[in-house]
Design a protein around this ligand. Structure first.
Ligand code: ATP
Ligand code: MG
Length: 560
């Protein structure tokens, strides 16, 4: 379990192997200052795994007085869209980070990259290959078997240059030829077996339009982009460790001396969800969820829409270990961080999610009164508000049992409970419909107990929430459970079979205290006893449950 807490050092930076390296580099004067970057490919929305990388890169820059760039690795126009470019910026800002003037795009470097590619050709270090894709794959060999040289590998420099220029000029269709580095077809590291540097794609790019019909591969753009931006510490996840020798080879071959050092760290894997853009894209495209920001998704935009505070995400990330080995982090740990934050910040309100009508028979028909309710039981500074009380109320259906066991301290026939901030009431009669379903409780209240205490010192064990029927506003409420049943959803294409069919429950008719009519979209409150809820940003008659109140993290942590 990766739940190690980082300890802060004197320079404000925490302690993990990457921060230790940065600290040592700065102390030894190897760099004037630290420059990091977060390099998303704009082919989807950011998820909470990306948040780990964002907090690490921007966090290190902040802690060590450096800067962090936001760079879009936009080298694949067939999958990239402006929508994603904008959403990613919104998400990084929401997480609390700022790249200042350092918003960059790999596409800004296309001309420079092209020139470097020509340089490689001239130096005999790259060639144009005409092998069809499947043959190229066969020539590549396998982990146990060396690859073979392409028959085009020994083309003359002049011919390579001519073909590459004609590729750029648009003379050939997609896939007809590629530019490859000439490294070593027998290399143990497959990334060094003459990797493709450029491919033909007659496809418009969100930023460069139709200027180009050849595009650099990610591996040909990434290390050079870091070098162009003078990144000092190039931080990425472990799966790129095998690409590092290629980045180094390329930078050496094109003659870049000031090279960023790459360090790889463990990616975040979270239980009961999927953190891969490919899978999240599939969930969206196949309609398994209602878009990238469906509150069940692990995306940053979904967390926001669900009412999760950015501070809780940062807190969660700060508790993760930055190590060299991947692990699985429990969703319950993220939920714990969210509850800790909301418990402090979220104002309390009353809402009845599954209503049962209560008629207070001894309360006058046409009267009502205002009662004072605290906005936060533990923080008087958050003030109070007035809630209306009248003859007809709603209480939670689960707060009544017709034949309650001894330990049930809520409503039952003949039982007395306290209505939060209001009065004691006693249930006198249970009304049912023809099917035997309870439809209404006839109760009486004790006017002496206004505010929730009896002058005769009589005690009641249960306190329940309520709303006044005549004053309440109605809303739909959406409850969420984990998106996947398994802790680790299967890795194959059958992962959809593991989707939790109960991940969304819609309560069609909830009643809220009137003050909630004014709650702005995106704001989270605690519905007393029911959990944390956020007014939906797309439909203001809907509230999304951020989380219930029960925290299972201590229990899970205790077990591990
Ligand atoms: P995915 O694996 O979800 O498809 P990706 O790695 O292809 O994501 P990029 O846009 O290339 O997505 O990622 C940008 C940065 O975010 C990369 O440096 C990558 O290492 C980092 N990153 C992606 N997923 C995670 C994760 N789960 N934990 C930590 N960092 C991550
Ligand atoms: Mg990637």
């Amino acid at each position: 379990m990766s739940d190690v807490v980082n300890e802060a050092e004197e320079d404000g930076g925490g302690s993990d192997f990457i921060r230790d390296i940065v600290r040592a580099d700065l102390q030894a004067g190897r760099h004037q200052g630290v420059v990091t970057r977060f390099p998303p490919e704009p082919n989807g929305y950011l998820h909470i795994g990306h948040a780990k990388s964002i907090c690490l890169n921007f966090g290190i820059a902040e802690e060590f007085g450096g800067r962090c760039h936001l760079r879009f690795d936009d080298t694949n126009p067939t999958r990239e869209e402006q929508e994603f470019i904008e959403a990613i910026q919104t998400d990084v800002r929401w997480l609390g980070f700022d790249w200042g003037e350092h918003l960059h795009f790999a596409s800004d470097y296309f001309e420079q990259l092209y020139q470097w590619a020509e340089g490689l050709i001239e130096a005999g270090k790259a060639y144009v290959d005409d092998l069809p894709v499947d043959e190229m794959r066969a020539y590549r060999g396998s982990l146990t078997e060396a690859g073979r040289n392409s028959p085009y590998r020994d083309r003359a420099v002049a011919e390579n240059l001519d073909l590459f220029r004609r590729m750029r000029a648009g003379e050939f269709p997609d896939g007809a030829r590629v530019l490859r580095a000439k490294i070593d077809m027998a290399a143990g590291n497959m990334n060094l077996r003459d990797p493709v540097l450029y491919r033909i794609l007659h496809s418009a790019h969100p930023r460069t339009g139709t200027d180009w019909c050849i595009y650099p591969n990610y591996d040909f753009a990434h290390g050079q982009s870091d070098a162009i931006e003078a990144i000092t510490h190039s931080l990425c996840t472990l799966e790129f460790a095998d690409h590092r020798p290629l980045y180094d080879w390329l930078l050496e071959a094109i003659g870049v001396d000031e090279r960023p050092r790459q360090y790889e760290f463990s990616r975040l894997n979270l239980s009961h969800t999927a953190l891969s853009k490919r899978r999240l894209t599939q969930l969206v495209e196949e309609g398994c969820v209602d878009g990238w920001d469906d509150p069940r998704m692990p995306t940053v935009s979904a967390l926001r829409r669900r009412g999760v505070p950015a501070a809780a995400v940062r807190d969660f990330i700060s508790r993760l270990a930055i190590t060299k080995s991947d692990g699985l982090v429990e969703m319950a740990m993220l939920e714990h961080c969210i509850r800790e934050q909301l418990n402090v910040d979220a104002p309390r309100r009353m809402a009845v999610l599954r209503p049962l009508k209560v008629v207070i028979e001894n309360y006058p028909e046409d009267e009502s009164e205002m009662l004072t309710a605290q906005n936060h039981p533990g923080n008087a500074d958050m003030g109070s508000r007035e809630v209306p009380f009248s003859r007809e109320l709603y209480v939670e259906r689960d707060d009544f049992m017709e034949d309650p066991p001894r330990k049930f301290f809520r409503l039952g026939p003949g039982r007395e409970v306290r209505l939060r901030y209001a009065y004691f009431i006693t249930c006198n009669e249970v009304i049912k419909d023809d099917d035997g379903e309870v439809t209404e409780l006839r109760c009486s209240y004790d006017p002496e107990t206004r505010g929730g205490n009896a002058p005769d010192g009589r005690k009641v064990k249960g306190t329940i929430h309520w709303v006044s029927a005549a004053h309440a506003v109605d809303a739909k409420v959406r409850l969420y459970e984990h998106l996947f049943n398994s802790e680790e959803p299967p890795s194959g294409d059958d992962f959809l079979a593991d989707l939790n069919p109960n991940s969304l429950e819609v309560l069609p008719q909830a009643w809220l205290e009137p003050d909630l009519a004014n709650l702005p979209a995106g704001q989270t409150v605690q519905f007393e006893r029911m959990g944390y809820f956020c007014r939906d940003s797309a439909n203001d008659a809907v509230f999304n449950r951020t989380l219930g109140l029960r925290d299972s993290w201590a229990k899970i942590k205790g077990k591990s």
